[in-house]
Design a protein around this ligand. Sequence first.
Ligand code: PEP
Ligand code: MN
Length: 294
Amino acid sequence: MQNKAPGKDLSLEDLREKIPLCAKKTPNHKSIVKVKDISFGGKEIPFLSGPNTIESPKLIMSIGKMLKSLKLKGMRGGAFKPLTFPYRSKKYFEPGVEGLDWLKQSKNKNNLVVTTEIMELKYLDKLCSSTDIIQIGSRNMQNYPLLTECAKTSMPIMLKRHYGSSLRDWLGAAEYILAEGNKKVILCERGVSVPHTHRATSRFLLDLQVIPAVKEITHLPIISDPSHATFWAPWVESMTLASIASGCDGILIEVHPDPKNAAVDPLQPLNFKQFKQLIKKSKKIAKCMDRKIV
Ligand code: PEP
Ligand code: MN
């Protein structure tokens, strides 16, 4: 690392002056982000699992029930979706505010910690009363006013990495949250744009290497999203296991009872059977890492 001109990689000067709150103070400096009865950055590896989109009360309730039956504690699901194209249909949609109510019902009934994405500040209050972790999506990673306002709520914030961003830019965004006095930041790697992804439908590549890189530089926990990174369910298991082996502090993953009929991104969710199998294997890898899946 050297100090000269700012570049795409972090310099020692950056650590001191640009991201002093993200940077580790000592080699063993680690932050544990506790959310109700689970925590990120300690021994536990929470799985935040669920549909891409909260399609209906029935869907999110059935997924919540399944997670509870596996003794898992975390759920995901989007009410507001940053869909790449503007057209919506009966099959391709996001539920909006109503979806937050459905999420909350399932969360309360199944005693889960949930995360859901914020897109617009006008929904911030409503979102905070329905979720436990505010998800900042890839596309909003550098929406600084959104980061600042979310940080002020003191809610835990999951900051997804933009698929084109360097670690320097990502941590710069995390610093905006920490600078507001909110220490509950969870980083989320979700795949980056690269020339080769090994499948025509796969747009991103999971940057596993960023997990040890983040741990080298910061005290913040980092979780991995193999569903968005691969965009392809058959690759999700191996990338989840590899993420756990790489030292990640949690997994964000898509599961759906009927993947091919999922409203959004039907190629990436696991079905219930595949998901159960994955949890079994994940527990074994976690044990090798002296950690525990929750
Ligand atoms: C999501 O997790 O629902 C999502 C939209 O992910 P990303 O922001 O990483 O594309
Ligand atoms: Mn998506």
